[in-house]
Design a binder for this molecule. Sequence first.
Ligand SMILES: [Zn+2]
Length: 239
Amino acid sequence: MFYCQRESYSRELETEVISCSATSRQLDTAGRKAKVDGFEVTFKETVFFPEGGGQNADKGLVGGVEVLDVYRRGTVAVHFLAGELQPGSVVRQSLDWNRRFDNMQQHSGQHLVSAVLEREYNINTTAWWMAESSENKVGLSYIELDKPVPPETLSLVEERCNSAIQDAIPVSVKLFQIGDPELDAAHTRGLPADHAGPVRLIQMGEIDSNLCCGTHVSNLSHLQAIKLLFTEKMALKSI
Ligand SMILES: [Zn+2]
């Protein structure tokens, strides 16, 4: 469990550099993949969310050095930095908070929209992803569904979500050990085989409870509003 998952609203953290090694990585720069030279750094704790569960990796600075990417290697969060840091040194991590808070709103928003679609219309979410801010689409997410949504349903779902936001329903995170009788089989269905440690159950009042590794808002009022823009038919992927 990372610090950023325990403290989703924390923007800064002082922590120790554990390791640092020179490497290169393929990164999306201005919409194109390019190989970038940098350093892989691990810390004792991290305020940066490593990509996962549909949520994009955080960005920010560590001791003035830019964090270009964050990803998981097993249970370790690996940070890809533009510059070198000294193992053993104590540094200050600072999050690009506007970007992260937007990611939190998108992610909790997706849970809410998916829950309403599933519970009230039997339309299931098969995947979701958030647009990267470099595409100039901050605050935009895509939800993939198992059946079409009629336009009139779309506006009813939007209304239902916005009324839950106005009701300021609290969002809580509970930790469970796998095998806990309180966790039913449906909850643990999608867990990766190599999952280690406790699982996190994200609870939105009576509306939803879902296993998730992401950072979430603490109250639905923090979403401010949800606008469902359009639906489009997907091309079937060939396997
Ligand atoms: Zn999630």
